[in-house]
Design a protein around this ligand. Structure first.
Ligand code: ZN
Length: 445
């Protein structure tokens, strides 16, 4: 029998072989942190590192601290909420970023919809869009692997089987017209629920202009250890916006999150999933990796306070049926899943809270970033999240799969795989080697 030291050395060799085998044959465009954000003073009561300085201290829960409106962040520093930036081309904050972006790496995809501003909804199918989907337009055909080689694929799944990537969009939740009935579902209801259920962590994709009105709730989300990602400024369909408007969506999101939370995410999700290679390339150059999903619960279509009935509204029964199907069918497959849920209304919170205990029983449940080995989802390196022993398993090459077992692969840093069409065998080899190494370590430690 080999001794422990030799075995660990052997495992290390396996791991290094695994990483070497997974090295891509081509690289993605390098990323850098957004240097154009203003320097903001640290906010009182907001963590500046993870794990917290005192890991044994209880995480915050219960009623949010009171704050004077406008004292944390002022509307005057931001464009009007819920609308794309109207004068992005002449905005003095946006002009320097437009000069920093290398437009040679931004495909000249046409803006897909001529009159988006009045609706804010997902774009209609453009009948003139070419059938071969030249810009990998997700809305057209759920394309998630860019046609351009220098941008990584979208993150769509959890590579490891029986794993459930938890993502909640459209928060932080507050009610524009609070009532005694809906007020109980505003944050911190859901964050307390997660804390009280096995200290569950999730990805929270925040709409930045909502943080303006609920900054303390957003701070609670970060302080409780959730991973915060960008969900744009206005929540409009990104492919319908001009280049300068796309830049402005990211800029004001990143700025708001930096000002209120002190962090700079590397992850974003397009509203309605609406992204193409033009938008991906701009996001990437602003330090952001695109994350979508492979299980859509449609929870946002349940009628609730702040969600008016529409032709596509669904009932709880329909949403429950969809969720039950995902829960029943997701086990034993070749990979785990990233599920789209929302902290949007009382209805979505009720659905999320009713299903989470079952999901936790059946699946390894964690943020989608964690299941993709992303321990450091912000440009600030003082935040290192638990990736919960996630093993890098590459299934179809369409997702990230960092080989590191300690800090993981920062979103959008040096890529570890190169996409569907190259290096597939190397990826498979890397995955097998990583599993072997993990098995060796597991047997010994
Ligand atoms: Zn959304």
């Amino acid at each position: 029998m080999i001794n422990l030291h030799s075995a660990i050395a052997l495992a290390a060799v396996f791991l290094s072989m695994a990483n070497a085998a997974a090295t891509p044959t081509s690289s993605y465009l390098p990323q850098s942190s957004p240097t154009y954000l203003p320097k903001f003073p640290a906010q009182a009561g907001v963590i500046t590192q993870w794990p917290p300085a005192d890991p044994s201290a209880p995480l915050p829960s219960g009623a949010l601290p009171s704050s004077v409106p406008g004292s944390i962040v002022s509307q005057t520093e931001y464009p009007p909420a819920n609308l794309p930036v109207a004068n992005a081309e002449t905005d003095p904050n946006i002009i320097p970023i437009m000069k920093l972006i290398d437009w040679n790496y931004v495909p000249n995809a046409t803006v897909t919809y001529p009159t988006p501003v009045s609706s804010g909804l997902s774009p209609s199918m453009d009948p003139s869009y070419p059938a071969d989907d030249p810009y990998c337009w997700w809305t057209y055909n759920q394309c998630d692997t860019p046609k351009i080689s220098y941008i990584p694929p979208d993150i769509t799944i959890c590579p490891e089987p029986d794993t459930w990537g938890l993502t909640y969009d459209d928060g932080p939740l507050y009610f524009t017209t609070p009532t005694p009935e809906n007020a109980v579902y505003a944050e911190p209801n859901f964050y307390d629920f997660l804390l009280n259920h096995n200290n569950q962590k999730a990805n929270l994709f925040y709409i930045a202009s909502k943080i303006l009105y609920a900054p303390v709730a957003a701070q609670r989300g970060l302080n409780d250890g959730h991973t915060i990602c960008v969900h744009t400024w206005s929540h409009f369909s990104m492919t319908t916006l001009t280049n300068a408007q796309v830049v402005a969506e990211f800029y004001y999101s990143l700025r708001m999150i930096k000002q209120v939370l002190g962090i700079t995410p590397k992850c974003w999700r397009p509203p309605y999933g609406d992204v193409d290679d033009r938008v991906r390339a701009i996001a990437w150059q602003m330090g952001l990796r695109t994350i979508v999903w492979d299980q859509d619960t449609d929870d946002w279509q349940i009628i609730g306070d702040q969600v008016a009935p529409t032709a596509s509204s669904i009932t709880y029964a329909t949403a429950n049926k969809t969720m039950a199907g995902y829960v029943a069918n997701g086990q034993g497959g070749p990979h785990g899943h990233i599920t789209l849920e929302h902290e949007l209304s009382n209805a979505t919170i009720i659905l999320a809270e009713s299903w989470l205990p079952t999901i936790q029983k059946l699946y390894k449940t964690m943020p989608a970033t964690a299941c993709n080995n992303i321990a450091q989802p912000y440009w600030e390196e003082s935040f290192v999240y638990d990736i919960q022993g996630t093993v890098a398993v590459s299934t179809n090459g369409s997702t990230v799969g960092g080989g590191s077992s300690t800090t993981g692969s920062p979103a959008g840093s040096t890529p570890s795989i190169s996409g569907k069409n190259s290096g597939a065998n190397l990826q498979a080899m890397g995955s097998i080697m990583t599993l072997v190494a993990a098995a060796v370590l597991a047997a010994l430690l």
